[in-house]
Design a protein around this ligand. Structure first.
Ligand SMILES: [Zn+2]
Ligand SMILES: [Zn+2]
Length: 143
């Protein structure tokens, strides 16, 4: 025999005569809401609450995962930029080094850091003027 919600909650033995709307416990306690014959509303409400809680937990987990995914994407983008920068700098440094080696080979006797395109006449001019800044382009023919 099924127990009414009140008897189940209070662990009472739910007794009722056939056709009665309320069990004897509810009659004695003057409880109008026996629920013996009707649907077990409190039980349904508990189940609904459990489902709602589980749904909320799933949604919260989804939102947390979405946030993690967005953070991860940002970190990936930052990493890609950093990697591009490092690789670009490395390539630039290598070509710079090659350029220095080439210039050193060209201007073997001189230790001056020369800009590319300078001729021997320009070097003579700089040396004659005693310019402290050989990197400043010096227009030819002006002295
Ligand atoms: Zn009962
Ligand atoms: Zn009852």
């Amino acid at each position: 025999m099924p127990s009414c919600p009140r008897c189940r909650d209070k662990a009472l033995s739910c007794l009722s005569s056939p056709g009665a709307k309320r069990c004897s416990e509810c009659v004695l306690a003057n409880n109008a809401q026996c629920g013996l014959e009707g649907p077990d509303i409190p039980s349904l409400q508990r189940e609904k609450t459990e489902l709602d809680a589980e749904r909320e937990a799933v949604v919260a987990a989804q939102e947390a995962n979405a946030r993690r995914a967005r953070r991860l994407r940002k970190r990936e983008q930052a990493f890609e930029k950093k990697m591009a920068r490092i690789l670009f700098h490395e390539a630039a440094a290598v070509s710079e080094l090659e350029e220095e080696e080439r210039l050193e080979a060209q201007a073997a006797p001189s230790s001056l850091p020369l800009s590319p395109g300078w001729g021997a006449a320009d070097i003579d001019q700089v040396l004659a003027l005693g310019s402290p800044d050989p990197l400043t382009p010096l227009p030819s023919g002006q002295a």
